[in-house]
Design a binder for this molecule. Structure first.
Ligand SMILES: *Cc1c(COP(=O)(O)O)cnc(C)c1O
Length: 399
């Protein structure tokens, strides 16, 4: 198969909404993907925080295969075992009691926004509908979630946007305090901003958010679509600070590549939804839920959270050594296996050069190289990544 033919057909037949790298990926196994010419790449991106067990993990492959043979779809008019099993498991792990299943991160956030508004109107006051979100946030591409994402680039051309959103600076409790008024029903926050440039808030931020929301009697919604399910070294990022949100959203990692999104809530807040309040044809299908269960069981059985913490610290410390060597590196930051290098220069060229050398990484917010390796990453993979980065930075410095 010639990649150029595929590139041309892609241009001809697919909406040109993605700026793709000229690589045709045909296979994946563990930490690696392979292109049509047999070249191997070390995957330090995991899709984008999706393939956390690596590619084609046998536990996931078997779960999907077995369920496909049994039952792939019935509507949500009937009960199915995988959906209930996954909800029960998520409740036990998170401390939140109920799950609503959908098909993506944006849909999970859309459900969270709807639930927050409905619950607040009925329980906190009829005038409460406004949701405060953070500058630099990313919550998805549907009209409501893109409005919750305060970025000119995402809004332009789509006006009028839904009303009821207000923005403050991330990691700034005082600004949030000032912004909350009688219309506020909820605050929607990422525990670590991923697309925003791997921004890790100050220690204590989540705790302060929780206290402030309690004090003002508004809901705390955490978007853990990118950093939930173990990425920070805890199963959920909110567990880093021992708090519990009222509403939580998950996607990416939990489906291991299948479309699975989840909106969870406390028992109290979940009562905002009643039969008919919300729904999804595909949401919580048997195959994706079996895949989700396999992901959770594998993370637990293989002790992967410990590996996330260990390898996360190692990756961060190795990246920090590069910062000492190269002035074009402004800052290195991360938590668990979400790490970023903020550059003084645009990062796109470095991503392309790393790709040429056989490494998948990406650049977000123009100047931040982002690393989201699978949880199975080992020291030897990190050493290879660091050596390649070292070579690329060193070459750049000589130009
Ligand atoms: C990726 C992402 C989303 C959107 O998820 P989709 O599955 O692409 O709709 C929402 N929130 C965060 C934090 C994300 O990283």
């Amino acid at each position: 198969m010639r990649s150029t033919d595929i590139f041309l057909d892609e241009q001809k037949y697919i909406f040109q909404t993605y700026a793709r790298f000229p690589v045709l990926i045909t296979k994946g196994k563990g930490m690696h993907v392979t292109d049509n010419e047999g070249k191997e790449y070390l995957d330090f991106l995991s899709g984008i925080a999706v393939n956390a067990l690596g590619h084609c993990h046998p536990a996931v492959v078997n779960a999907i295969r077995n369920q496909t043979k049994k039952l792939s779809h019935t509507s949500n008019l009937y009960y199915t075992i995988p959906q209930v099993k996954l909800a029960k498991k998520l409740a036990a792990l998170s401390g939140l009691s109920k799950s609503f299943f959908c098909n993506s991160g944006a849909e999970a956030n859309e459900a969270a926004i709807k639930l927050a508004r409905k619950y607040a109107k009925e329980n906190l006051g009829p005038e409460k509908f406004e949701i405060i979100t953070m500058h630099g946030a990313f919550h998805g591409r549907t009209l409501a979630t893109l409005t919750a994402t305060p970025h000119e680039k995402f809004h332009k051309g789509y006006e009028p946007l839904p009303a009821g959103f207000k923005y403050v600076n991330y990691n700034d409790i005082e600004a949030l305090k000032k912004a909350i008024d009688e219309k506020t029903c909820a605050v929607l926050v990422e525990p670590v901003q991923g697309e925003g440039g791997v921004l890790v808030p100050s220690p204590g931020y989540l705790k302060e958010l929780r206290l402030l929301c309690d004090e003002k009697n508004i809901l705390l919604i955490l978007d853990e679509v990118q950093v939930g399910m173990g990425r920070t070294g805890k199963m959920f990022a909110f567990q880093q600070e021992g708090i519990l949100p009222d509403i939580l959203t998950l996607a990416k990692t939990i489906g291991a590549g299948l479309p699975l999104g989840v909106m969870m809530a406390s028992e109290k807040v979940s009562k905002g939804f009643v039969p008919g309040s919300h729904g999804s044809t595909f949401g919580g299908g048997s195959i994706v839920c079996e895949a989700g269960l396999a992901v959770l069981e594998t993370i637990e059985k293989k002790g992967l959270l410990e590996n996330v913490s260990d390898m996360g610290s190692y990756l961060l410390s190795e990246l920090k050594k590069l910062k000492e060597k190269y002035p074009s590196i402004k800052e290195v930051r991360g938590l668990g296996l979400i790490c970023g290098i903020e550059l003084e220069i645009p990062g796109k060229e470095i991503v392309s050069e790393m790709l040429r050398r056989g490494f998948l990484i990406n650049c977000t917010s123009d100047k931040v190289l982002r690393f989201l390796p699978p949880f199975i990453v080992a020291k030897k993979h990190i050493d290879r990544l660091i050596a390649a980065l070292d070579a690329v930075f060193s070459e750049k410095q000589q130009v």
